[in-house]
Design a protein around this ligand. Structure first.
Ligand SMILES: Nc1ncnc2c1ncn2[C@@H]1O[C@H](COP(=O)(O)OP(=O)(O)OP(=O)(O)O)[C@@H](O)[C@H]1O
Ligand SMILES: [Mg+2]
Length: 590
């Protein structure tokens, strides 16, 4: 497996970034370019042989043997080129594939380290485009573009030397239009790069729209919004086509201009070269081989247009990849080996105030509470009151100010992220299940070392074992993306089982029993009792019945703790909790 490096890319230019990845393959690249030199050398010799044949024909000194020998030599060289071309492709293109893979690994590792704030701001579709389109452009730039560039420099220079050796005077005339080609490239470079970046952005938009539409396809159909979604996607596609046409337009002018300039070299050769032949300054063989050399020089130069295009795209894409790699996570983590034994699970929030962005309002305000090790806290409150936010802060998903959240009397900022997260089993409000078997989903925290008995044990606690056994493949049943073949309640209970399997000292259930009926809920609660006793637990709920047995309960209201106490104390207070309890008890009775 190719390892990605975790180097700091802060001071790297996009081109330097690509080159630094290529440098690791210098041996393969050097060998590849040597083979390429050999192929180019053969290409350069062939016109010489043709020149020789033509000259001996013109001299009438040719014999069947000399011509046959020359023809066989050309055939032999062509065959040798065939073999050598395989090797240079292999030796030069392979590193570009490895560069692509290594960058992909670095990018993925980076994504795994970034905090939730980044994913709140970034669309999945944009990231998909980065992983597919941009890496593809970088691969082309570090592979085919390099070959093209080398060919352009080597073949052009060598051809020029051969031309000079035939006739310096004729060479002077015929290369006159060529500096103009280089001038045009330099002049248009920035515009091409900008237009290509626009194309990539437009592609991001298509990718995001497609991804969102597919993820939300059931909602779209449910609200009969197919037309609106189609129009949105068509608009993104139109913009993509427009941006591409802008890019094509500039190439449409550039390519023919360069081809025309290159052709004018041939025109000069025909006009001036033919007079040289007539004046015996040049043999017919030299004239013909000169034509070959001019082609060998001009075509790589024309191809520089294509090379240039690939390089520009590669640089623009490399810049985008660097942007991702240089993104700083606002939650600092360390790579310290996780050690869950270090964390016992005493939790304290001290005057915790939190807002998601600097310009938004406070979502939590001066929240203070303490849960001793092995204790349980129930959290209840209206939607949007800050319950999930509170749980996220405990998992250090968002940046927490120093001196606000403590675990085992240690500031959460001083606990290595990996240790912290290893000590917390978190069942989020919207559980995500992977497109894998049910067993793999439950055993997710065990890195594939899944003990079937253990899995069944936790599935039984979460009251989902019987449901699983009813499926044709039982625990081996594959679930589709987001577990679409399962009901909401089944998904919730699988997520609970998954959390129970993790060997952690803190358990957070965020509204995790909302989709199960009251009978199953009380069964799960009964089953969970011994588990909860072993861990410090935070149970977020909308139903009083879910949290009434907790050691302490807080009622969150607009980010503040409005009520705090045991179930009995809160019922006695005649506040929000008591009213909610009364209302829900009446509903359950009816
Ligand atoms: N990622 C986020 N970025 C910005 N604001 C957010 C984000 N997540 C939540 N909020 C806001 O923070 C407030 C509290 O949200 P939170 O999800 O904590 O509420 P909750 O009590 O869990 O609600 P519910 O009972 O519906 O789950 C809401 O006003 C919400 O709009
Ligand atoms: Mg919530």
């Amino acid at each position: 497996m190719i390892q990605s490096d975790n180097a700091n890319y802060k001071n790297q230019t996009p081109l330097g970034f690509m080159l630094s990845h290529l440098r690791k393959h210098w041996l393969s690249l050097t060998a590849g370019f040597l083979v390429l030199v050999a192929v180019n050398g053969i290409q350069l010799i062939i016109p010489r042989i043709i020149q020789h044949i033509l000259d001996v024909i013109a001299d009438e000194t040719f014999t069947a043997v000399t011509v046959t020998r020359s023809a066989l030599t050309i055939f032999g060289l062509a065959f040798l080129m065939l073999i050598l071309r395989f090797f240079w492709r292999y030796l030069i293109v392979r590193p570009s594939r490895i560069v692509e893979q290594s960058m992909r690994n670095s990018m993925f590792e980076k994504l795994l380290k970034l905090s939730s704030s980044y994913f709140n701001k970034t669309k999945v579709g944009d990231l998909m485009a980065l992983f597919i389109n941009d890496l593809n452009a970088i691969r082309m730039a570090t592979g085919m573009a390099l070959i093209g560039l080398f060919d352009a420099i080597f073949l052009s220079t060598m051809s020029l030397l051969f031309m000079l050796s035939i006739s310096p005077e004729l060479t002077m005339y015929t290369v006159l239009p060529l500096p103009l080609i280089i001038f045009i490239f330099i002049k248009t470079s920035k515009t091409i790069q900008n237009r290509y970046t626009d194309v990539q952005r437009a592609f991001d938009s298509i990718s995001s729209h497609t991804q969102e539409s597919l993820s939300g396809i059931r909602v779209i159909k449910g609200f009969v919004q197919e037309k609106m979604e189609r129009d949105r996607l068509y608009a993104a596609c139109d913009s993509y086509v427009d941006k591409n046409i802008r890019l094509v337009k500039i190439w449409g002018i550039l390519f023919p201009s360069i081809t025309m300039l290159a052709s004018s070299s041939l025109v000069l050769l025909i006009c001036i070269g033919s007079s040289f032949v007539m004046n015996n300054k040049l043999t017919i063989g030299q004239f013909v081989s000169f034509t070959f050399y001019i082609n060998l020089m001009v075509w790589p130069m024309i191809a520089t247009g294509w090379v240039f295009n690939l390089l520009q795209k590669g640089i623009a894409s490399s810049k985008r990849v660097l942007e991702l790699l240089n993104t700083m996570s606002d939650v600092s983590g360390t790579d310290v080996k996780p050690d869950s034994a270090q964390i016992n699970g005493e939790i304290e929030f001290r005057n915790c105030t939190f807002r998601y962005t600097s310009d938004s309002r406070d979502v939590l305000r001066s929240v203070s509470f303490k849960i001793p090790q092995g204790g349980s806290l129930g959290i209840i409150g209206r939607p949007g009151s800050g319950k999930t936010t509170l749980a996220s802060l405990l998992c250090h998903v968002y940046k927490v100010e120093k001196g606000q959240v403590f675990i085992d009397n240690t500031d959460i900022n001083d606990i290595p992220l990996s240790s912290l997260r290893m000590s917390i089993s978190y069942v989020p409000q919207d559980s995500f299940l992977f497109s894998d078997t049910i067993a793999a989903n439950i055993g997710f925290s065990r890195d594939g070392a899944i003990d079937r008995d253990e899995i069944e044990r936790v599935a039984k606690i979460a009251c989902v074992h019987d449901d699983i056994m009813e499926l044709t493949d039982g625990y081996a049943t594959k679930i589709g993306e987001r577990g679409i073949t399962l009901s909401g309640g089944q998904k919730q209970r699988i997520a609970i089982a998954r959390a129970l399997l993790a060997d952690s000292s803190i358990l957070i259930l965020d509204d995790s029993l909302s989709a199960v009926d009251p009978v199953t809920e009380s069964k799960i609660k009964m089953n969970l009792k011994p588990e909860i006793k072993k861990k410090t637990s935070l149970i977020i709920a909308h139903r009083v019945s879910t949290i009434r047995d907790c050691d302490q309960i807080i009622v969150l209201s607009d980010g503040q703790i409005a009520e705090h106490g045991t179930h009995d104390q809160l019922v006695g207070k005649n506040g929000f909790y008591a009213r909610l309890y009364e209302l829900q008890s009446m509903q359950e009775e009816s």
